[in-house]
Design a protein around this ligand. Structure first.
Ligand code: PLP
Length: 400
């Protein structure tokens, strides 16, 4: 593990055979500038102090690690949550958005642009833009706009422009396409703030680095609370940023690590987004990864009840960690996630995001396999954005 973070990715942005940069030359020139700026600026004392001050005073970090007493008694394993739902704006995403926006400020950029699925990345980026006084343009699929209405309103209140995306499945993948096109129109004044550990180099590395704070805090807090390290660490995986955030601190430890992908309605193509389980190596949005593909090698349609998880690709570092056998990639389906959503709400008084509910659901399965072990789950976000959708679609448990 020595120098893992210095050497991974390599100078070309490769995590083993994954990652890299597969983009048009004019965009590559801009990406090289961002990479160069990141390597110099992010190591400066000024940048680090400013980011640390933002984390403490604006985001409210460190977020706590919480022991779930009632649920632990019920499931027979000790369940702990890293409370990223308590990070400002209600999810882990602000960790990388503040980092990206701070880099934009140091680079003299005027405008932030991004895609969003569940709306969490859009809200986090709009928040960062307001904090730094930058313009902000967020691309979002029409399906997600309808599903995640409160987040759309939040972005507008924060002063961002929300661009509806009306082609294809009208979800996350199409929103990425649309944001890329808009970015290409003015890459000098704009920075594309990718919302996860995906996209061309340096984003998978940069977003991981900004998310490492989650794991660094959680490992120290867990040690402080229990005098040992957790037996198991669990996080949900869409693109994989919250997972890389927490996993990164435990890679050199003995604990088992689980990344949970959404198996949606079934294992049939189009019914899930298990890129790691069913994907083949391919290139999507400028980087190489395990990717769900149709017969023509195009990104396959994906589905999950959690808008933030339905992406046909996955971060390149996860692909490497899977290949090395260091992280286990598993899945939880819609029904299991909804069940976990209500159980955590009613047993602990914490309403989790639908995305995070997948990690909690897998922790319940793990508790059956490994009673008496400890499980640390990254609770990536809060569920306020999902409540109307869940109650309208599934009803309350007692309605059944
Ligand atoms: C966006 C989001 C995710 C999925 O993104 P990752 O990059 O895989 O972490 C998970 N949880 C919440 C709450 C989100 O908003």
């Amino acid at each position: 593990m020595t120098n893992y973070f210095k050497n991974t990715p390599d100078k070309d942005g490769l995590f083993g055979e994954f990652g890299g940069s597969f983009i048009p030359p004019e965009l590559q020139a801009e990406m090289d500038k961002i990479t160069e700026a990141y390597y110099t600026i992010s190591k400066s004392h000024e940048f680090i102090s400013e980011l640390r001050s933002i984390r403490t005073h604006f985001q409210g970090r460190p977020t706590p690690v919480y022991y779930c007493r009632r649920l632990s008694e019920q499931i027979g394993a000790r369940l702990y949550l890293k409370r990223e739902d308590l990070n400002h704006t209600g999810a882990h995403k602000l960790n990388h958005c503040m980092g990206e926006a701070l880099l934009a400020k140091y680079m003299g950029k005027k405008r932030l642009i991004a895609e969003t699925g569940a709306g969490q990345h859009g809200v986090a980026l709009a928040t960062a833009a307001a904090y730094f006084g930058l313009e902000c343009e967020i691309h979002m699929g029409e399906v997600d706009i309808a599903k995640e209405h409160p987040n759309v309103v939040r972005m507008k209140i924060l002063g961002a422009e929300v661009v509806p995306v009306t082609h294809g499945l009208k979800t996350l993948k199409e929103a990425v396409d649309s944001a890329f096109l808009s970015y290409l129109k003015d890459p000098i004044n704009t920075i594309y703030c990718i919302g996860s550990v995906v996209g061309p180099h340096p984003f998978p590395m940069m977003v991981r680095d900004f998310q490492r704070v989650v794991g660094i805090e959680a490992r120290a807090q867990y040690l402080d609370m229990t005098g040992e390290l957790p037996d198991n660490v669990v996080a949900c995986v869409g693109g994989g940023s919250n997972a890389m955030g927490i996993f990164s601190a435990f890679l050199a430890d003995e604990c088992e690590i689980y990344g949970v992908e959404p198996s949606g309605r079934s294992y049939k193509m189009g019914d899930h987004a298990c890129s790691m389980k069913f994907g083949k190596t391919g290139v999507i949005h400028g980087f190489k990864c395990k990717m769900l593909q149709d017969e023509a090698g195009e990104p396959a349609p994906v589905y999950s009840v959690a808008s933030g998880l339905d992406y046909p690709g996955v971060g390149p570092e996860h692909c490497l960690l899977a290949e090395q056998g260091r992280v286990n990639y598993v899945d939880a389906n819609d029904d299991e996630a909804i069940d976990a959503f209500y159980r955590l709400s009613r047993m602990e008084g914490i309403i989790p995001a639908l995305e995070s509910s997948h990690a909690v659901a897998y922790a319940f399965k793990l508790a059956q396999e490994k009673p008496r072990e400890s499980i640390l789950v990254n609770l990536s976000g809060r569920g306020d954005k999902d409540i109307d959708f869940i109650v309208d679609t599934y009803g309350l448990p007692e309605d059944k």
